[in-house]
Write a protein that binds this ligand. Structure first.
Ligand SMILES: [Zn+2]
Length: 93
């Protein structure tokens, strides 16, 4: 983390800033990976609907993009399919 901070300080003149990457789970939108400016306190609003969701810190980085940015990692339908497949796999053993 200290090394990352040193690199970030050198890149400030270039327009880069430090950021954190978190994972949140929204009941409506599924699992999302979100880039935020500050380290979350355990909860973070879903960028799509604004509902407060539990957040897990994935790591820190340096970005030139505007925060927050996000990726939908897994939709609720995909999660349901994964759980169903896992349940069927486990019940056959
Ligand atoms: Zn949402």
């Amino acid at each position: 983390m200290e090394r990352l901070h040193e690199i970030a300080l050198k890149l400030i003149p270039e327009g880069f800033v430090q950021c954190s990457y978190i994972s949140i789970h929204c009941r409506q939108h599924g699992s999302l990976r979100v880039r935020v400016d500050l380290e979350p306190s355990g909860e973070h609003p879903c960028p799509l609907c604004g509902v407060l969701c539990s957040a897990v810190l994935l790591g820190h980085g340096i970005t030139k993009g505007l925060s927050p940015a996000f990726d939908v990692v897994c939709t609720p339908t995909q999660e349901a399919a994964r759980i169903w497949a896992s349940h069927n796999r486990n019940s056959k053993q």
